[in-house]
Design a protein around this ligand. Structure first.
Ligand SMILES: C[C@@H]1N[C@@H](c2cn(-c3ccccc3)nn2)[C@H](O)[C@@H]1O
Length: 436
């Protein structure tokens, strides 16, 4: 029997309102990490730091006053929001999540609750408004990333050890809540919020704070979408409450890794994975030679694997301090865009878990809009035979590869073996499966 919770999950099961259905159908989103950390790009006083560039202040132990003075250098004169949105659309992104405030505390919008914002930079203008307008105009849904952890704010506390901590942290909570309501009021197009920086004891001890933020945002927009990472319950349990129920509107624990291919539990809830192109760089880093950089095909496989397990996928970009993207990101965008233009309508948008036995050659996707089933091939078997095993009672009827019906033969115990056409494309490809 379940524990009575005041600050646990507010509902059980998947939301079925239009906004959540749109979020689910979008499947593919662009993540953008942009802030003062984008200026030094992982390098400080001639030393290059291997860690994530948006954590440089922490790794290089840079005093707040020194780091904060980067504010007077932030002037992205090559920023062109319409061009960013155009590139995002061509890459097949249906939504975007941008860092309005990362752990450093610098705000990309003119906030009345702090001077540490875009208004007090050489750029001056409301950069976030330019961004929201351009992406909205391009038909891309906009989400805001907001870090609860704030290295700049005097009232932030990592833990609550005494009454003074508790008083200060309650002031920080008021500040954060005011900023979030300000973001909703200034940019009403925003569809939801992606919270981060919620792992510290101070936050885990204040489940009420995380509950109140979700409640306040929903009072303004009842169908606003909030990730599970915001939430801690009465006992400090995160993402899932002490009864094991998902808090927030979708699970956002998969950061730089994915569930196992045969994980069926994850297919029962809404979830989203977020992924860097290098191993671990969210903000712009000058030197990507320091780690493996994922190829377009590696990224496409991560995207399709996520969709095949009923999840959304956020691919991260770290624009430079001047507002331009690095070449690797432009090339990835181009490759992914080409692939998405051919296959996304079938196996990404409205894509979901097909509930078919996983195979080595790739992934299954069920399109919830058309009701069609697809296989997406990433690993061509040397046997040139693709194996399909169907649940009892289901029989394979037709397999279409582009316009061609593929031959197949059936070994009753082993399942079906599909013989591949001679000239399979040398890129991940799909085939449609009709069952009866
Ligand atoms: C979405 C990603 N989340 C932030 C993050 C924070 N951490 C982290 C680092 C040390 C301890 C606990 C968590 N790792 N990544 C990254 O900076 C990025 O914003």
């Amino acid at each position: 029997d379940s524990i009575t919770l005041k600050y646990g999950a507010q509902y059980i099961g998947k939301r079925q309102d239009a906004e959540m259905k749109k979020f689910r159908a979008n499947r593919l989103g662009q993540f953008i990490h942009w802030g003062l950390y984008s200026i030094p790009g992982g390098e400080w006083n001639g030393t290059t730091y291997l860690g994530a560039a948006e954590w440089l202040a922490n790794f290089a132990k840079i005093p707040n006053a020194t780091w904060d003075s980067l504010q007077y250098q932030f002037n992205p004169n090559k920023f062109n929001a319409v061009q960013w949105a155009k590139m995002a659309k061509a890459s097949g992104f249906k939504y975007v999540t941008i860092t309005t405030k990362h752990h450093e505390g610098f705000c990309l919008w003119p906030s009345e609750f702090t001077e540490f914002d875009i208004e007090n930079t050489p750029y001056k203008k409301d950069l976030l408004k330019e961004f929201v307008d351009a992406y909205t105009e391009a038909g891309i849904d906009v989400y805001f990333y907001y870090s609860i952890l704030d290295w700049h704010h005097k009232d932030w506390r990592y833990d609550i050890k005494n009454q003074a901590d508790s008083l200060a942290f309650s002031k920080y909570f008021e500040f954060a809540k005011n900023q979030l309501l300000e973001l909703q009021q200034k940019y009403p197009e925003v569809k939801g919020f992606w919270f981060d920086g919620t792992w510290d004891a101070s936050w885990k001890k204040n489940g009420k704070y995380s509950y109140d933020i979700q409640k306040a945002l929903k009072e303004v927009n009842p169908n606003v979408i909030v990730n599970s990472r915001l939430r801690a319950d009465d006992f400090g349990s995160r993402h899932f409450d002490s009864n094991g129920n998902l808090m927030g509107d979708y699970q956002s624990g998969y950061e730089r890794y994915l569930p196992a291919k045969n994980d069926t539990l994850i297919t029962k809830i809404d979830w989203e994975a977020c992924m860097t192109i290098p191993v671990n760089q969210w903000g712009y880093h000058k030197d990507w030679s320091l780690s493996h950089v994922k190829s377009a095909n590696e990224i496409l496989e991560l995207i399709v694997k996520t969709v095949s397990l009923g999840g959304n996928f956020l691919l991260n970009y770290g624009p430079k301090g001047d507002g331009t993207f690095r070449n690797e990101e432009l090339e990835i965008s181009n490759s992914i865009g080409n692939w998405m233009s051919k296959y996304a309508d079938k196996v990404i948008y409205y894509g979901d878990y097909a509930n078919l036995k996983p195979q080595d050659w790739g992934y299954y996707v069920k399109n919830t809009n058309s009701g069609k089933f697809y296989g997406v091939v990433f690993n061509l078997p040397l046997s040139k035979l693709l194996k399909i095993e169907l649940p009892n009672g289901k029989k394979l009827k037709v397999v279409n590869f582009e316009t061609e019906k593929l031959e197949y033969h059936h070994h009753d115990k082993m399942g079906y073996f599909i013989s591949l056409p001679e000239n399979t494309p040398n890129e991940p490809f799909i085939f449609e499966i009709l069952m009866e």
